[in-house]
Design a protein around this ligand. Structure first.
Ligand SMILES: [Fe+2]
Length: 257
């Protein structure tokens, strides 16, 4: 079975459209799931949620989705410096003000976790656990440099065993590690990559017959359209530069928000 896993779209409609077109050109993909953070940082929150619904793509709640849905006091994001923190608050306030009640309800209805059993639930076999950040909280940043112990503890929380996959996003940097024959897969980000590559990122996961294969895909999209609309909106212009540079703008442009 081959899955496309898309995460951290962050209201970047042009990036999502390009990724869905790319997936549409790969008939071998059996199903697509999103891993949350549908909104925030770009001006198309309603359109992003509506497009995923139209495309019939289910998924889990990111921290941005569950905090907007519940009117939490902040987005649950980690800040690397005071400038980034300030910009994050602007983005969160903007998003809360601009999402429709329909979108807010849709965000609130997203489950925390989805389990996939590629062989079917009627037989023993591998399990794919989809969460946004980690099996305990969607705010937890699971970076590639976490120790093996941490990965196994999270696998314990998820009830994962050898041969299973835990897939997540949240850090906006793609990676794949295996610890104790359990696969830990960070999908990267569709709409706000932070690894210095501006292209939209997602992952194709193939699982079955005792093997797990992953392919990290990058898709060019109309980043100028996204940047222009950010600059035209009340969102901080620094977010446009952030998209153009894959999350690594020069310090003078307003930090690494
Ligand atoms: Fe995110």
């Amino acid at each position: 079975m081959r899955y496309a896993l898309i995460s951290d779209i962050h209201a970047n409609l042009p990036a999502l459209e390009a990724v869905l077109t790319d997936i549409g050109g790969r008939p071998e993909i059996g199903a697509t799931y999103h891993l949350g953070d549908l909104v925030g940082y770009a001006p198309w929150p309603d359109e992003t949620v509506a497009l995923l619904e139209r495309a019939g793509i289910p998924g889990v709640a990111g921290n941005y989705d569950s905090t907007v849905a519940t009117d939490y006091r902040h987005c649950g994001c980690r800040y690397e410096d005071p400038v980034q923190e300030q910009l994050s608050h602007v983005s969160y306030d903007w998003t809360r003000k601009h999402v429709s009640s329909v979108t807010k309800r849709a965000l609130g209805a997203l489950p925390f976790r989805i389990d996939l059993l590629p062989n079917g639930g009627h037989t023993a076999g591998p399990r794919v656990v989809l969460v946004h950040g980690a099996p305990t909280l969607n705010t937890l940043y699971w970076t590639e440099d976490r120790p093996d112990d941490f990965c196994l503890r999270m696998a314990g929380h998820a009830g994962a065993k050898a041969g299973d996959v835990i897939a997540f996003g949240h850090t906006h940097k793609p990676w794949h590690r295996t610890v104790g024959d359990i696969h830990f897969l960070n999908t990267g980000s569709v709409g706000r990559p932070k690894d210095g590559d501006w292209r939209a990122g997602y992952v194709i996961l193939e699982i079955g017959g005792g093997t797990v294969d992953t392919e990290f895909v990058r898709v060019e999209y109309d980043v100028d359209r996204a940047a222009r609309e950010i600059e035209r909106s009340d969102l901080p212009n620094a977010f446009a530069e952030y998209l153009r540079t894959g999350g690594q703008p020069a310090p003078a442009s307003g930090g690494r928000g």
